[in-house]
Design a protein around this ligand. Structure first.
Ligand SMILES: [Zn+2]
Length: 227
């Protein structure tokens, strides 16, 4: 992939070659590349671009990797439920707790916002075991089949393709969300989800551990006391 970049200091234009293999290692849909001084002009800078080759913005060389040009939509428990429906939010959190790979389909600002929300309420699951791909509708079409078979949530249509969760766990997370939705203080509301889901997470990892030891698959999953 070739990017046309222009220096944010002097405006000099140049070409940046991005090897296709770069994306294979990435879960995110955005990369920040480093352009050293002397490559385009005398200045060095960072360029932020999407999988489709769209330049999203420039940063100086010392900018934090998370200093995105695109401002993610900021989701609270209530606004996530209001915008996506409680079923979709519950499905996302349930899959996250089980460390399933999730594909989020939607505009970058929304997918990034949902990812941030999940990182906040499930800090132990997301980034540890749960990989989250963020793609636009157009980019989804080009994903490899192996990625498409993961649970995919179309955030604008509020539909779930290939659901990856246990119905009993989903129902449990739904009840936690209903309670959290009634709490007006955001911090308290998110803490409630974190505290409750970490119980479920412990149960899930324990079951997985036991299943591995027994080599017995999902035996015993249903009888776990989740409440
Ligand atoms: Zn320059």
């Amino acid at each position: 992939m070739k990017l046309i970049v222009s220096c944010p200091t002097c405006g000099e234009k140049g070409e940046l070659e991005v090897p296709e293999t770069t994306w294979e290692r990435m879960e995110s849909n955005i990369i920040i590349g480093r352009v050293p001084p002397g490559k385009v002009c005398e200045h060095g800078f960072k360029v932020e671009f999407s999988r489709s080759g769209l330049v999203l913005g420039y940063h100086d060389l010392n900018a934090e990797a998370k200093d995105f040009q695109i401002r993610p939509v900021s989701f609270t428990v209530q606004s996530a439920i209001r915008n996506l429906s409680i079923d979709v939010v519950a499905a996302l959190l349930t899959a996250g707790i089980s460390e399933e790979t999730i594909v989020l389909m939607g505009s970058l600002a929304v997918t990034m916002g949902i990812r941030e929300f999940m990182e906040r309420v499930l800090p132990d699951s997301v980034d540890v075991g749960s990989a989250i791909y963020m793609v636009t509708k157009e980019e989804y079409a080009d994903l490899p089949e192996s990625t498409k078979k993961h649970m995919t949530v179309d955030l604008s249509m509020k539909t779930i393709i290939n659901p990856a969760f246990d119905d009993e766990q989903l129902e449990w997370v739904r009840r936690v969300l209903q309670r959290a939705n009634m709490v007006t203080d955001q911090q308290v509301s998110e803490d409630l989800i974190l505290k409750e889901t970490s119980k479920l997470r412990t149960t899930v990892s324990l079951l997985r551990h036991l299943a591995t030891r027994r080599g017995a698959g999902i035996e015993g999953k249903k009888k776990a006391g989740l409440e």
